[in-house]
Design a binder for this molecule. Structure first.
Ligand SMILES: [Ca+2]
Ligand SMILES: [Ca+2]
Length: 171
């Protein structure tokens, strides 16, 4: 299972790099979340967000594993949509990277928050359509789960063209 997840995750990264993922995907309909790395055909198997996820209390979707990372797609379906997720438990002393790729002309941001969703630990702001990358190291002496927030920086949104969020494996 872990090997499978890892290889498919790599394939998703390749698709992202090639600009294949990110258009023409189905609209988020709140359907059951599909594991990112199930089956052999990576081009059509993608995990999706599950609304509602608009507040820290609703951040129940855990992305990835420490050994393999993970990712999903979702949409900023309105100017005020917020999508909250949780990372896997990051081991003490390890770091991870978060990458958010978004549709052309959309200006979305991603933040890394403390697990209670109150403190912004890392954020960044590139221009519209430009991917955001954040890196966080767990400096504490115990494993930590972090919260991720995705939102529109400028009010732009698309209910049909998804963003892709990838949480890299702990290293
Ligand atoms: Ca959403
Ligand atoms: Ca949402």
């Amino acid at each position: 299972m872990n090997t499978n997840r890892f290889s498919l995750f790599g394939s998703l990264a390749i698709l992202l790099a090639a600009g294949i993922v990110g258009c023409g995907s189905p609209v988020d309909n709140g359907s059951t979340d599909t594991p990112l790395l199930k089956g052999k055909n990576t081009s059509t198997t993608t995990a999706w967000e599950a609304e509602p996820n608009d507040t820290p209390a609703l951040a129940t979707h855990v992305i990835g594993t420490a050994a393999a990372g993970g990712g999903l797609q979702g949409t900023i379906s309105s100017a005020t949509d917020n999508d909250y997720y949780l990372t896997y438990a990051v081991p003490a002393g390890k770091q991870f990277t978060v990458n958010l790729a978004m549709p052309y002309s959309k200006d979305y941001d991603v933040q890394i928050l403390s697990s209670d969703g109150t403190t912004v630990l890392a954020s960044n702001h590139q221009g519209a359509g430009m991917s955001e990358t954040l890196t966080m190291k767990n400096m504490s002496s115990s494993s930590q789960t972090y919260m991720l927030r995705i939102f529109s920086a400028d009010g732009s949104f698309s209910a049909t063209s998804p963003y892709t969020l990838i949480v890299g494996k702990a290293s």
